[in-house]
Design a protein around this ligand. Sequence first.
Ligand code: MN
Length: 320
Amino acid sequence: MAKIKKIALEEHFMTPGFQSYSKSYQQHLEPHVFEQLAQALTDFDEIRLGEMDRAGIDMVILSQTGPGVQAELDTPTAIVRARESNDFLAEQVSRHPTRYAGFACLPMQDPNAAANELERTVTQLGFKGAMVNGHTNGVYLDDPSYDVFWEKMQALDVPLYLHPTDPSQPLIAAEGHPELAGATWGWGVETGTHALRILFSGVFDRFPKLKLILGHMGEALPFLRWRFDSRFEAYPHGIKLQKRPSEYFGSNILITTSGVCSPAALVGAIAEMGAESVMFSVDFPYESTDVAAEFIENAPLDEETRNLVCHGNAERIFKL
Ligand code: MN
C-alpha cells in the first residue's frame, strides 16, 4: 500500500557549536542514546532522508533543537549566533530544497532583534516561520515588550511554533520527582501555561491573525477548552477578552501530533479543534518516525481528514 503523503513540523537538528545550549536535558541521557541522537541531529542526508523516505514524509520544516540561543545569557552573542544558525540551516535546506524547509531560531532576549531576524529569514532565506523554545531567561511571550515581535509575525503572516523548554522555576508540585520535571509532564505544564498566558493577556485580540502552533497534541490544552470557558466566566479577575477562551483554539492556536501517537487523543483533539487545526509531526530524533507514521496511517480518520492532518493543513498554513 502506498503511504499517504506527509509533512512534518517539529523535526530538529543541531547547529555546529550549539551542543552546550542543550546540556540541561541531554546530560540525563544514557551515553549510547546521546550518541545516537547526536548523530541524527547533525545529519541532513542518509539518516534523516532515509527515515523520511521509509515513512512517506515528503517534507519537513527543520528547527534547531531547544533551547538554542534562548539559553544564551549575553544578548549580543545570542543575536550573532541566531544569525549563524539560520544561515547554516538555509545552506542545508538549499541542498535538499524539495525535502526541507526552515523555522528560524531567534534571539528572543531582544524583541526588536528577534523581529528583524525573523524578517530576514522569511524574506531573504525563505523560512516558513519560527520555533521559539518557551521563555527566554524567565521572560514569557505575553510580556508587552514582545508586541513589536508579534506585529512582525502577523505582518509576515508566518506561524510561531511554541516548543517546550525547562520551566523558569522548578515546578513545586513535582519537587522530589525529577522523572516528572521534564518531557514526561513538566514541559507540557510549562508550555501549556505559556500558551494560556499569551491567550489570556489578549495577544490574539491585539494581533488577530497570529498563528501559534503547539506540539504534543496541543500540550493537553484541547481537552480543557470547555473548562477554560466555564471557569474563566466564573473567575475573570477583571480580564476581558474579545472571544471566549475556547474560540482562540482552531483559529489562533493550532496543534501537532508530535510525540503523542494515541488514536483516541487524536480523535478527541480533532473533535475539539476542527480537522483543519491538527497537523502531523514526529519530533525527530527524540521520537520514532516509524511509530508516528504508522500511527497516522492507521488512526480512525476518514480519508479527507487524514489528508488534512498529514499534509493539507501544513500546505495551506505554510503556503507550501
Ligand atoms: Mn521537539
